[in-house]
Unconditional design. Structure first.
Length: 157
């Protein structure tokens, strides 16, 4: 199992989400201002499994997208907090203190595999476009090397 680059304490300090809506457990790799790899351990205890679907537990697609969006937020926050000197040329990033990013759009979304209890949902996000108030990322969710979902997402402050 990969060593944590950022653990749950670091994640809680950066994201406003809390149980049951915090959907990233650990960050295992970061290329500042470029790419982040993280994961979520999916367990039967997740509250959404009670109703989605009784007897056939499947993680809702919208929550898979949300987990990728949270990973993207961590890419921006950890890059700006820990690597401010590496901001790409011609990119102006606002002070993120006290700011909350909001999901603005989702394009080229595909779901390819169900996520079920016992899976480890691996998340990879990379910047496609960085702006001062909005950014676009490519997200990929996989389990044991198999693509589960992919999307291009835009968020704004």
């Amino acid at each position: 199992m990969p060593k944590a680059l950022y653990d749950i304490k670091d994640i809680l300090a950066c994201l406003p989400h809390r149980y049951p809506f915090l959907l990233v457990d650990r960050v295992v790799a970061l290329e500042p201002w470029q790419k982040l790899s993280a994961y979520k351990n999916v367990t039967f205890n997740e509250p959404f499994f009670q109703g989605h679907f009784p007897g056939i537990p499947v993680m809702p697609g919208v929550l898979i997208l949300e987990s990728m969006a949270q990973a993207a937020s961590l890419l921006l926050v950890f890059s700006s907090r820990d690597y401010p000197e590496q901001v790409p040329q011609d990119v102006q990033v606002m002070d993120l203190s006290g700011k909350i990013g909001y999901f603005a759009s989702c394009d080229r979304t595909k779901f390819r595999r169900q996520i079920v209890p016992g899976d480890r949902l691996d998340l990879e996000v990379s910047f496609l476009r960085l702006g001062s108030r909005a950014w676009k990322v490519a997200g990929l969710a996989s389990v044991e090397g198999q693509k589960a979902a992919e999307a291009e997402m835009t968020a704004t402050f």
